[in-house]
Design a protein around this ligand. Sequence first.
Ligand code: PBG
Length: 343
Amino acid sequence: MQEKDLNNVEMIPYPKKRMRRLRRTEAMRTLLQEHAVTAQDLILPIFVEENATERTPIPSLPGVTRETEETLPTAVKAAYEAGIQSIILFGVSHNKDETGSDSLKADGLMARMISSARAAAPNMLIIADACFCEYTDHGHCGPINDKNLIDNDATLDNLAKQAVIAAQAGADIIAPSGMMDGMVAAIRHGLDTAGFEDIAILSYAAKFASHFYGPFRDAAGCALGHMASAPKTRDSYQMQPANSNEALREVALDIEEGADMIMVKPGLPYLDIIQRITDTYNIPVFAYHVSGEYAMLQAAAQNGWIDYDNALHEQMIAFKRAGCSAILTYGALDLLHFLKSKK
Ligand code: PBG
């Protein structure tokens, strides 16, 4: 491949070359804009609390509310009318056990919220979070074995079942987030065997054991540490933040296993990982702008230290620049309002 010789351009120096010519007016800057974020790039996460009678704000995620099962349809319709085309649903369960069995039931919370959202907005793209941490009493992403580790292979069998339940309820995309080895192959096999060969898999191939998940664990009620016997961290299954080559190996394996799309999580602190993946593989890559990233923006804005809308927009542009196809963010609705107000 012939490379563009950028050096040649640089060889025409000032004062003949003036880069500022290209920045002089708004029209010139708009014309030369390389990346943009639009409504169709955004995925809105929605929390749904079981047996709740009122919507409750989440203190560590200002602007985000837990819906009740009754208010979910209204929230989904409102999001669709505002221009959101994709959502991901997270359950706040009050029926937790050792394995997270509620999410394996056709009338469990996960299945109910997917079918309710599907009925409320038939054309909304619905992503199911394929994981167990919202449904286990210890908060881990699978059952714990006698070595006090999360049982990888038992979780795979459960994931295959959970994915089929989610597909039956009306999910368009199954997004496994538990960092189990073999999870994509297990889910693909489960879906295909049940006749859901057209349901896509968005794999959290590179999910890091991050401290930016704190507010989510408050929101979903899946904090670790309240059970003395269970591991206190997810370090034995999520990736360590220092590793980048390992992330590429995870992605390669998930593509082999049949992943249709890849997720990187968290987002901004791992922008280098996103860039390496988009440079290396020809597969759609999504970023999860996680709860802690969003909460930091909100906290700074509440102190008057930062302009929330513009800073959020700038962060989303960074994801697009790094090659992302889509972004999950708690700020999705705010960003849509902001984009409309700029027109
Ligand atoms: C677990 C899960 C987590 C998030 C979503 N699903 C994190 C975790 O506790 O490991 C975090 C998302 C966020 O922080 O916004 N499967």
